[in-house]
Design a protein around this ligand. Structure first.
Ligand code: SF4
Length: 225
């Protein structure tokens, strides 16, 4: 494993975090770049401008999962100081630096899926009914589409740019809700529709829904409930 993100920041060395790259700029500054794509355009080092660059996809749809792969590209931000760099990273990937530090110090507070699903109420209560196999496939599908590494599911952040994830997020919980209902109803995969938003799991054209249902259909019968 190479230099960690925290070490790279302290040593003023280029690094990657999730899908962004940062490199020192001048004596104290930094440049943060999103993925390649389109004409390079500068974005102010300011929360709402950065959110506008990363929280909406090319079709203008809100991206509810900050770690979702496929972040819009082409943007870059100039930061005047380390503090500004850390603020920009916090906006792009909330709590990432905190979780990286806690993970390296052994103080990351990890909460498992069972505990999170058991405390759901109302329309999310049904999520707790999702089978073990369903849970495993949900991790593969949903967390597989996210740059964070689900430490709560026993995964280890192996790359320096990996961001440890300590607890199932709300997008994952809402996927579990739908997956429990699909189990009950014997849902089958549909055809992917690229216009369906990332987390609109109820829509038949949702890519994650279909990836999950295809994996489920391929799983040996004995592993299904
Ligand atoms: S639970 Fe999975 S999808 Fe949600 S933030 Fe963590 S790793 Fe990403």
């Amino acid at each position: 494993m190479g230099m960690s993100v925290l070490e790279a920041i302290a040593a003023r060395r280029p690094f990657r975090l999730g899908e962004v790259e940062a490199e020192p700029d001048g004596a104290e500054g930094w440049v943060v770049r999103g993925p390649d794509g389109g004409e390079p355009r500068q974005v102010e080092a300011e929360g709402s401008a950065i959110r506008a660059a990363v929280r909406f996809d090319a079709l203008g749809r809100y991206r509810p999962l900050s770690g979702a792969r496929g972040m819009p590209g082409g943007w870059f931000v100039r930061c005047r100081s380390r503090e500004e760099l850390e603020q920009v990273l916090e906006t792009v990937y909330p709590l990432a630096l905190v979780h990286i530090r806690q993970h390296s110090e052994g103080t990351l507070r990890v909460v498992g899926l069972d505990a999170v699903l058991r405390r759901q109420t109302g329309r999310y209560e049904v999520a707790a009914e999702l089978s073990e196999e369903g849970r495993r496939l949900a991790v593969a599908s949903v967390c597989g589409a996210c740059v964070r590494v689900p430490v709560w599911a026993g995964r280890l952040p192996k790359e320096p740019e990996s961001i440890p994830c300590p607890e199932p997020c709300s997008v994952f919980v809402s996927f579990c809700r739908e997956a429990a209902i699909w189990e009950r109803e014997g849902a089958v995969p549909g055809r992917d529709d690229p216009s369906v938003p990332f987390a609109d799991f109820e829509a038949e054209g949702n890519a994650l829904r279909n990836a999950y249902l295809r994996a489920r259909a391929a799983a040996p019968a004995g592993e299904q409930r």
